[in-house]
Write a protein that binds this ligand. Structure first.
Ligand SMILES: [Zn+2]
Length: 65
């Protein structure tokens, strides 16, 4: 599909398990759970620019452990 680049981006999940760049989209959460949306547990693995832009300092710290 035409969606390859988006699919390759690794997104961050917030503390509620929502996709950071798509916080109100339950469908995105479902896709992340299914593995259709790649997610990263570590900050350095996040490649989605929107997620990186939206992560708060607290979230960044939490992801770094
Ligand atoms: Zn994202």
């Amino acid at each position: 599909m035409a969606d390859r680049r988006t699919r390759r981006d690794r997104h961050a999940l917030d503390e509620d398990g929502m996709v950071v760049c798509n916080p109100r989209d339950r469908e995105a959460v479902h896709r992340a759970e299914q593995g259709d949306i790649p997610t990263a547990e570590r900050l350095e693995d996040v490649t989605c620019r929107k997620c990186l832009d939206r992560l708060t300092p607290e979230q960044r710290r939490a992801m770094r452990g």
